[in-house]
Design a binder for this molecule. Structure first.
Ligand code: URP
Ligand code: ZN
Ligand code: ZN
Length: 472
């Protein structure tokens, strides 16, 4: 199957030009002006942007968490990603305590098999080195394409690891070239604050934020940075939400340390006051780190513009409000932490980043596709438009109006963080390796089209996929 995308504005991190893109056998075969190529199908992209498919490095599909399981499985989560132009994501395998890493991988792959709508990889979240998983086994994962280790410095009594575990994993990463990712909050201090709040009868959703002050995020971010420097590993700080953690990342980067940071779409738009909404509506916005005081939003826009933060992910961790979030109706600490978002990252960044003049189109592409592909061993197969790259492309209509709503989104969640937001600009056609995934607001491809991607290590390039034709 060949496709010619004609006359679009092709935007990558490096270039912005009017060109045709010719796709053959799942990959981009040629890019140029007025290409004279016979194709099985031609897509007119006049007046449209042609963007690389989005890469979301931070999602939680079909994950047991907070006494329940996230509502989006691989099929529904990836379908919602596809409608938003995201064609590849990296999900977290959470090592069940007492389990080996091999068993955890098998369990997570079993959840995805046959259901995949987009391409995906995995990070390994290490929760326990005293049970089944060993450091020796952890060291073997990068050769299997799992080239990042995640550690939670919060969620005491559940996913949290102590500093010894964190530091030992960092040392393994320094040896294997894996990237260490941290959820940086001081889980011990938060545990004390939560216990004290509950003892004082403070049970509403807003106490989720009031018991996780920004200093607890700043302290843990700085601790992780210093420990990673001692261990000599590369560090990526996930879901940065506030000035207190932006500052230590900026300092480390100025010193030339191997530290990168991401924020997530919601931190630009949802602030602390959302948690105060009456009738438990605030429960919708209970995710971690929590929505912060509004002034942090400008700090985050500055940080993504100045490359203090280099990625915008979603941390998609969807629950139902009615039936899952309500587990914590009388106790904020029992509200499952997380929110949906996979579908609207491009909508929101285009509207409030690009159209509002905060970031350029090319910076948008870098934040939502190119940098995540680079840091997570997917580039240049993913995250750009180049000859030999997978034909993961979004034909984006910058004039198409779209109203974001749970009534029309594709997540199984019964609410949307950005409910009622009107944006101008939406994907028109989404391609995964040359297969049309979404067109005319319909899912065209069948689950099973997505594949598992064996990722390269940080700093290494991922070679083009060996398709049947390429091998012949
Ligand atoms: O509230 C959140 N962010 N839930 C997902 C787990 C995590 O901490 O990333
Ligand atoms: Zn987290
Ligand atoms: Zn997360």
């Amino acid at each position: 199957m060949s496709i010619l995308i004609k006359g679009g504005r092709v935007i990558t991190a490096d270039e912005d030009k009017i060109a045709d893109v010719f796709i053959e056998d799942e990959a981009v075969a040629e890019i140029g002006e007025s290409l004279d190529r016979a194709a099985d199908r031609t897509i007119d992209a006049n007046g449209k942007y042609v963007l690389p498919g989005g890469v979301d490095p931070h999602t939680h599909l079909d994950m047991p968490f907070g006494g329940t399981v996230t509502i989006d499985d691989v099929e529904s989560g990836q379908t919602s990603a596809a409608f938003g132009g995201t064609t590849c994501h990296v999900d977290f395998i959470i090592q069940p305590q007492g389990s080996s890493f091999a068993d955890a991988v098998e369990q997570w792959r079993g959840k995805a098999n046959g259901k995949q709508v987009i391409d995906m990889g995995y990070h390994m979240a290490v929760t326990d080195l005293k049970g089944g998983g060993t450091l020796e086994e952890l060291a073997t994962l990068p050769d299997q394409g799992i080239t990042s280790y995640k550690l939670f410095m919060a969620y005491k009594g559940a996913l949290m690891v102590d500093d010894e575990t964190l530091f030992r994993v960092m040392q393994v990463a320094a040896e294997t070239g894996a990237l260490v990712m941290v959820h940086a909050e001081n889980g011990d201090a938060i545990h004390v604050l939560v216990e004290q709040a509950l003892a004082e009868g403070k049970t509403e959703p807003k106490y989720h934020a009031l018991t996780r002050p920004p200093e607890t995020e700043g302290e843990a971010t700085n601790r992780a940075i210093q420990l990673a420097h001692v261990a000599g590993c590369k560090l990526y700080v996930v879901h940065v939400s506030c000035r207190e953690s932006v500052e230590p990342i900026a300092r480390a980067r100025q010193q030339g340390w191997d530290v990168w940071g991401e924020t997530c779409t919601q931190y630009f738009f949802v602030d602390y006051t959302f948690l105060e909404r009456p009738n438990f509506e605030g429960g919708k916005f209970v995710y971690t780190p929590p929505p912060r005081a509004k002034e942090n939003q400008d700090v985050l826009w500055d940080a993504v513009r100045d490359d203090v933060l280099s990625v915008v992910s979603t941390d998609h961790c969807a629950f139902l409000w009615d039936g899952q979030k309500t587990l914590g109706k009388d106790d904020f600490s029992k509200i499952p932490n997380g929110a949906p978002g996979l579908e609207n990252r491009l909508h929101m960044l285009h509207e409030f980043g690009v159209r509002s003049g905060r970031i350029s189109l090319q910076r948008l592409v870098e934040l939502w596709a190119t940098n995540p592909a680079k840091y997570f061993g997917l580039y240049p197969r993913k995250g750009t438009i180049a000859v030999g790259s997978d034909a993961d492309l979004v034909v984006f209509d910058p004039e198409k109006p779209h109203t974001i709503s749970a009534a029309t989104h594709h997540s199984k969640s019964d609410y949307n963080l950005y409910e009622g937001t009107e944006v101008t600009g939406s994907p028109e056609v989404v391609l995964l390796r040359g297969h049309v995934l979404v067109e005319n607001d319909e899912l065209v491809a069948q689950p099973g089209v997505g594949e598992f991607v064996k990722r390269a290590r940080f700093g290494e390039e991922l070679a083009p996929k060996q398709t049947a034709a390429a091998q012949a």
